[in-house]
Write a protein that binds this ligand. Structure first.
Ligand SMILES: [Fe+2]
Ligand SMILES: [Fe+2]
Length: 286
């Protein structure tokens, strides 16, 4: 597929910054610590979640015979493993910047390993479904509202997040379709969905607080006064996540019921660019 000019221009800018060994600045979004750290928090809590999803989806795929659904599962696995690889590099960059990213990666791993030990496959698929619901609505926010567009944002981070969001949108229905195919019901979906939502919220908030604390910014007034509208305001990363969270609990919920406009027409040629994105984080932090 041919890429629209906007993405080609962004790609060239990103490659040039990397070629000139200009590291991604600490506050890479509009010099706004809170929004920058909110995205960074997602990076730290994501890769172990993605590996958890891959394991559950591969197991569920073994129980279904529908070739379309099996292919959907393969696409999800391919995409999530690529994301996890990119976020491993992103998190190494965060560690080098002095953020305790690896600590939170490990904490997420401990939590999800515990879930894997006590949860049935259906419960693990519900965990995938609610995580995918969060990532799909987060992605809708990034692609439809254009959180990263028209702002002073490092172009490399725009590409990293836009790529991830496009693929999250692409496979947003897979876990739900697998859950239905293996006979998963409403009661378990809402019960475990509510429980995992709470666990996810706590893990995410703890990480954001830790990142702010690492930079002595947790109680800095201007960080919150400048940043809070970018968290929950209309151009904020969590606006649609909060707005659509309850949709998940409706009987008959399906992710396709939430339309994605992709208003900025981000059409990254998204397969196999993870190595290019990983390269953005190879520039040593100054
Ligand atoms: Fe992902
Ligand atoms: Fe996903």
């Amino acid at each position: 597929m041919e890429e629209p000019v906007i993405n080609e221009r962004e790609r060239e800018v990103a490659l040039e910054l990397t070629a000139h060994k200009i590291s991604i600045r600490e506050w890479w979004f509009k010099d706004n610590a809170l929004l920058t750290f909110a995205f960074n928090t997602s990076s730290a809590t994501v890769p172990e979640g993605e590996r958890f999803i891959v394991r559950a989806v591969e197991e569920a795929k073994g129980l279904v015979s529908d070739p379309v659904l099996r292919e959907q599962a393969d696409i999800l696995v391919h995409e999530e493993l690529a994301h996890a690889k990119m976020h491993d590099a992103y998190n190494r960059y965060l560690d080098a910047q002095g953020f305790p990213a690896t600590k939170h990666v490990q904490e997420t791993a401990v939590l999800l390993t515990f879930f894997e030990r006590i949860f049935t496959l259906r419960m693990r698929l519900v965990t995938c479904m609610i995580i995918e619901h969060f990532t799909a609505t987060y992605s809708k926010q990034v692609l439809d509202i254009g959180v990263l567009e028209g702002e002073d944002t490092d172009e490399r981070m725009d590409r990293v997040w836009s790529w991830h969001c496009i693929e999250e949108v692409e496979h947003r229905s897979t876990a739900v379709d697998l859950y239905r195919a293996i006979g998963g019901g409403y009661f378990l979906r809402v019960l475990i969905g509510a429980f995992v939502s709470l666990a996810f919220l706590i893990a995410h908030a703890r990480c954001l607080i830790d990142f702010l604390r690492a930079k002595n910014l947790l109680f800095t007034w201007h960080v919150w006064s400048n940043g809070v509208r970018y968290l929950i305001g209309k151009r904020g990363v969590y606006y649609l996540v909060l707005k659509y969270w309850l949709f998940y609990f409706k009987p008959g919920f399906h992710p396709n019921q939430i339309p994605i406009e992709n208003r900025f027409n981000k059409q990254l040629h998204h397969y196999h660019i993870e190595d290019e994105l990983v390269g953005y984080f190879d520039v040593p932090v100054k």
